[in-house]
Design a protein around this ligand. Structure first.
Ligand code: DC
Length: 225
């Protein structure tokens, strides 16, 4: 069984696409962003500042994050932090920003990368995030880099928030997407970037199914190699 690494910026459709690719291949789907979000949520609840690099490092090292596939509407996976179910809470916008912030701390990354590699040790995974093809699974047999224009990605994020019953403002959503892009791609440790061997898929104007079909085809070709 091969490993499939999918990276890309916020709103590129990564989570939805990766989950459906995993389903198509009967592989395990691993959402690494959910792990950063779980750590950010735990810190917030414990009153630990996302800027406190030392405390955040300790907290990440001492946390157990479990991911489980789910068919629950609106969720890509079930997330447990130290045994406690937090699948919905971690999706809040401020927790996303916190995840992006603590993702700049090397010690936090080391702790999570260790867990992620252990999860993928047997192969048979579709793992998505920002540094999967470059750092977590540099030997993945298939690497995908999903992109899309800021406007298209903000539109997806806008619709997602509306679906959750929120009343987003488009201009603000665009600003948030840009801020997250900036933070994720300019950090010193494992910035978001396309791995050398990654296949770039621009999702602008493509349906989810078209993107999924293209990646499943590439995965089957990689399995035959
Ligand atoms: O994929 P997401 O939007 O749920 O991820 C939330 C944040 O977590 C993202 O903005 C940066 C961080 N992250 C990371 O640094 N490395 C990963 N592999 C996944 C997410």
């Amino acid at each position: 069984m091969i490993s499939v690494a999918i990276d890309g910026p916020v709103g590129s459709g990564k989570s939805t696409v990766a989950r459906l690719v995993a389903k198509g291949l009967r592989y395990t789907y691993i959402d690494t962003g959910a792990m950063y979000r779980g750590i950010a949520l735990k810190a917030k609840r414990a009153g630990v500042s996302w800027d406190d690099t030392e405390e955040m490092g300790r907290l990440a090292e001492g946390t157990e994050v479990e991911l489980q596939p789910t068919t629950v509407e609106g969720l890509t996976c079930m997330v447990r932090v130290d045994g406690r179910e937090v699948s919905r809470e971690i999706r809040d916008t401020d927790i996303g920003q916190g995840a992006s912030k603590i993702g700049t701390i090397p010690r936090v990354r080391r702790a999570l990368v260790g867990m992620q590699r252990a999860m993928a040790a047997q192969g048979g995974v579709v793992m998505e995030g920002r540094d999967i093809g470059t750092v977590v699974l540099p030997d993945a047999e298939l690497k995908i880099f999903l992109t899309g224009t800021v406007e298209e990605r903000a539109k997806r994020r806008f619709l997602e928030l509306q679906k959750k019953g929120k009343t987003p403002v488009m201009g603000k959503v665009i600003e948030e997407v840009k801020a997250r892009d900036h933070q994720d791609s300019t950090r010193a440790d494992s910035p978001l970037r396309k791995a050398a061997a990654a296949v770039e898929v621009d999702t602008t104007g493509m349906s989810i199914q078209q993107v999924v079909d293209a990646i499943v085809k590439l995965a089957r070709e990689a399995m035959d190699k």
